[in-house]
Design a protein around this ligand. Structure first.
Ligand code: PLP
Ligand code: COI
Length: 341
């Protein structure tokens, strides 16, 4: 199969329309069998639930070309299961998890020409999403839904790739203690747009959100979980019921412990103790692990000892091991890699 003529190494994290996508509709209490289609447009009622009350959720995962030339996905079963949690919280019908994973496989196969080559630094990002498509005017769930998956080749989420970024402590909260922070609802991102534009305008790459109840604990950023490394090499990640349970973060904790023999802790992390860590990174499907060099708390700068030039040594080892597993140069734990072709 011939690859598309794309300058893979120049890609940023943006949308490029690819050839095929998956679409399934939910009507009269059942999902139809779904189809792979060329049609990249969506036509819905002016009064659709998603347009009125933001009834939507999504996922993000990637397909990789491995060293030996296969195309694989990383733990798609966990994305399917997290989308089930999102749907249940938003009164949306669950798309069966086995069919969900199969639809991902079908979309990747149908767009194989867009899967970036091994070593190019790019990957194929898959965006499964669901929304209420039928008219809703009183505040209630829609009766009909659409589930779609499209694919787009992407490069690094942050410009500069592996260069450390600067973030700021946010004054705006992301998710209420018993709200929707733990699911991947579109509304969580809508509320963060003002804040990310403001952060960018002021020269910051991302926002560090704190727990809204006490504003003393680190939660996550707009699009990734945190990972810290202590001066004695323990990997620490914040524990909170209002952050998204990142698949990357959960995988990295396993990698840290089982592959690298490091101590790991998932616990509450106080803003006050961040200055004592040796390394900080953002982890997620899009972010992979993006090193944080500086955190600005209302004019007070916290400069990570790992500096603004390179990832810290532990972050680098985690990065190399995770990406090695994803791209087939390091043996993966049982069940982590779904071979597509
Ligand atoms: N936190 C938020 C708010 C996100 O949007 C994402 C991206 O999916 C993550 C964390 C990382 O999650 P994952 O590693 O499953 O991609
Ligand atoms: C992902 O990492 O897949 C996300 O959904 C995060 C978003 C910032 C692109």
């Amino acid at each position: 199969m011939e690859k598309k003529n794309i300058d893979w190494s120049a890609l940023g994290f943006g949308y490029i329309q690819t050839d095929k996508r998956f679409v399934s509709n939910y009507k009269n209490g059942a999902w139809d069998e779904g189809v792979i289609t060329d049609d990249a447009t969506v036509v819905i009622s002016e009064c659709a639930g998603v347009l009125q009350y933001s009834q939507s959720c999504f996922e993000g995962l990637k397909a990789y070309t491995t060293k030996d030339g296969h195309i694989v996905c990383f733990r798609p079963d966990l994305n399917a299961s997290r989308m089930k949690d999102s749907c249940e919280r938003l009164e949306m019908p669950v798309f069966p998890e086995d069919r969900w994973v199969q639809a991902v496989v079908d979309v990747v196969k149908a767009n194989a020409a867009y899967v970036p080559p091994y070593g190019s630094g790019a990957t194929l990002y898959l965006r499964p999403y669901m929304f209420g498509s039928s008219p809703v005017i009183g505040v209630k769930p829609a009766e009909e839904y659409q589930f779609r998956i499209f694919a787009t080749p992407v490069g690094p989420y942050f410009k500069g790739g592996a260069k450390p970024i600067t973030i700021r402590v946010s004054d705006v909260d992301r998710a209420a203690p018993r709200g929707t922070g733990h699911i991947k609802a579109g509304l969580n991102y809508a509320m963060s747009l003002y804040n990310i534009v403001d952060a960018h305008n002021k020269g910051f790459d991302e926002n560090m959100y704190l727990d809204p109840a006490t504003r003393t604990k680190v939660e996550e950023t707009g699009g990734a979980n945190f990972l810290f490394v202590t001066k004695d090499g323990t990997v620490v990640t914040p524990k909170s019921s209002s952050i998204l349970p990142s698949i990357t973060r959960r995988s990295l904790l396993y990698v840290a412990k089982e592959y690298l023999g490091l101590k790991t802790e998932e616990r509450e992390v106080y803003l006050d103790e961040v200055k004592d860590f040796a390394e900080c990174g953002l982890c997620g499907t899009a972010a992979v692990i993006s090193p944080v060099g500086k955190i600005v708390d209302h004019g007070k700068e916290i400069c990570m000892p790992s500096g603004m030039e390179h990832m810290g040594p532990v972050t680098q080892k985690l990065y190399d091991t995770l990406t090695g597993i994803q791209m087939g140069s390091i043996e993966a734990p049982e069940g982590w890699i779904k071979v597509i072709e």
